[in-house]
Design a protein around this ligand. Sequence first.
Ligand SMILES: C[S@@+](CC[C@H](N)C(=O)[O-])C[C@H]1O[C@@H](n2cnc3c(N)ncnc32)[C@H](O)[C@@H]1O
Ligand SMILES: [Zn+2]
Length: 267
Amino acid sequence: MRPSISKFQTDAPFFGCPFCSAALTFAQASLSCANGHTFDISRKGYVDLRKRPSESSHYTDAFFNARLRMMHRGMYSDLVDRLSEVAQHYGPGGTSVDVGCGDGFITRALGMTAGIDISLEGIRVAARGGGSVLWACGDGAHLPLVDAAAAYLLNVFAPSEYSEFSRVCPQGVLIKVVPGEHHMQELRKAIGLPQETHSEAIALFKEKTTLLYQCDAIQTTVLDSEEERRDVAQMSPVGFDRVAADSGWEDLENITTHSRILVGRLP
Ligand SMILES: C[S@@+](CC[C@H](N)C(=O)[O-])C[C@H]1O[C@@H](n2cnc3c(N)ncnc32)[C@H](O)[C@@H]1O
Ligand SMILES: [Zn+2]
């Protein structure tokens, strides 16, 4: 059997059925629950655990490919370095899940067990890189995981459903990243968007977890080609609906990423 399929054979129950919440077990290139719901595992190394296909106009193939290229270009290398340190220090050993993993670059860099994202386009881009990560398409608001499936969770620039986080990772560690106030400041200026502080997301994190640690990662990357400028305009929600041909991003000379890393203990 291909490793891209056999890697889904886990020792303990891990994925949960999106329809009935029962544990999914591995058999013949698929995952099924005791109530007869079955999900085929793709030879490409992922499984689609959505209740029904969901369309997203924003999170497209172009978005994830542009994001992945800029990840490889090192635009988030400071964030990845800081996250690796934080995960080593605060992340207990054991099973780890990246919720809202997108193209999977960070998931893979941190050696996570699984990456889950609601976008099938994102999961396909992530799985293209091969390797042992269990990629699953699923909704973070109803995680397709059994109770207490994970020892720690990662959640980078993606929505958080804290009741689900506590269900799948009780008393575990949550590492969440939100944009800092300088994030993508050159692009925001070029397309006429004000900066945001994301103070509500930070306050909610502090309400829902016991804060263990926080720090910032910030870096500025020089953009030396039109392709890179276009990738920057396409790879961020900042550009959604705004990146028209004449919006000004063509003149970007550099781009700043500013990430706030929050580490908390879930109830
Ligand atoms: C800005 S991207 C960040 C992706 C990745 N964490 C990274 O930093 O490159 C936000 C991601 O959240 C995902 N997302 C949005 N709503 C979601 C949901 N309800 N469940 C799971 N993923 C979701 C999107 O599909 C997208 O991949
Ligand atoms: Zn089921």
